[in-house]
Write a protein that binds this ligand. Structure first.
Ligand SMILES: Cc1cc2nc3c(=O)[nH]c(=O)nc-3n(C[C@H](O)[C@H](O)[C@H](O)COP(=O)(O)OP(=O)(O)OC[C@H]3O[C@@H](n4cnc5c(N)ncnc54)[C@H](O)[C@@H]3O)c2cc1C
Length: 224
């Protein structure tokens, strides 16, 4: 586990923090699972009770951990795999809508605006891929993606929510069926996709934080 700990309590807020690698088997660590509202367990609460971290686990210079942490976050935000997941989801939605055709019971007849919504999602999934190529280009040159990663993360996570909402609209009431129902469409993935998407714009830095980074590091605007 990566641990950022305050090592100089008197230093101003971004200074005085150090970056450690922590052995999760260290005495005093307890891990309590957190099950999210989509019903999956991806995260934990970690409690530290007088845990000792050896000095050799320090990464970089003591009290300069914040700066290493921001670089780690730049790479976390470069979540380029989501672009592929989104493109595949949109493709699956389009195939479903096409199979349904214009029949009276079909999704497109139920909501004619869905045609435009699917076209928008298809365009957006391509835009997302272009933004990801920009991040890949920076990384391929051996540089750290900074505001490029924030632009891609912001766009991708807000798109995540729009894609899940379009999917639910397309499937109608079937979209609410969970995986164990015999009547599910698309394996009953839509309810958890929709619930999980609400967290996308928070985890890894909220959309407001990404906009601040883009404004400061990308556009050179003064701090807000
Ligand atoms: C799915 C998921 C995965 C996560 N994974 C991890 C993980 O692996 N490791 C980890 O340490 N944490 C993780 N988190 C926690 C996540 O990093 C925090 O929830 C997130 O940074 C927001 O912090 P907060 O909840 O304290 O909200 P706050 O910082 O209190 O923010 C509350 C609101 O104020 C806004 N806000 C805050 N600061 C500013 C600012 N400077 N300018 C403008 N608006 C601002 C925010 O955008 C938000 O709307 C995860 C969260 C989620 C949902």
């Amino acid at each position: 586990m990566i641990l950022l700990a305050r090592t100089d309590p008197d230093a101003p807020k971004h200074k005085g923090i150090s970056y450690f690698l922590l052995d999760m088997k260290s005495p005093g660590i307890s891990v309590r699972p957190l099950v999210n509202m989509a019903g999956s367990h991806d995260f934990n609460e970690v409690f530290f009770d007088n845990v000792r971290v050896p000095k050799e686990n320090l990464v970089g210079e003591e009290n300069r951990g914040w700066y290493i942490g921001t670089t780690t976050l730049d790479f976390e935000r470069s979540g380029i795999a989501t672009g592929v997941t989104h493109a595949l989801a949109v493709q699956e939605f389009v195939e479903y809508a096409r199979e349904q055709g214009n029949g009276a019971t079909g999704a497109l007849a139920r909501d004619p605006m869905l045609r435009y919504e699917l076209a928008d999602r298809a365009i957006e999934a391509q835009v997302e891929q272009m933004l990801n190529y920009q991040v890949i280009g920076v990384q391929a040159r051996g540089m750290v993606p900074s505001n490029e990663a924030s632009i891609a993360k912001l766009y991708s996570t807000e798109l995540d929510q729009r894609i899940a909402a379009t999917g639910l609209k397309l499937l109608g009431l079937y979209g609410q069926l969970l995986r164990d129902s015999p009547h599910t469409i698309m394996g009953g993935r839509l309810p958890s996709m929709y619930l999980y998407a609400t967290t996308s714009t928070i985890g890894g830095g909220t959309s407001e934080v990404q906009r601040n980074i883009i404004a400061q590091r990308g556009l050179g605007l003064p701090r807000g």
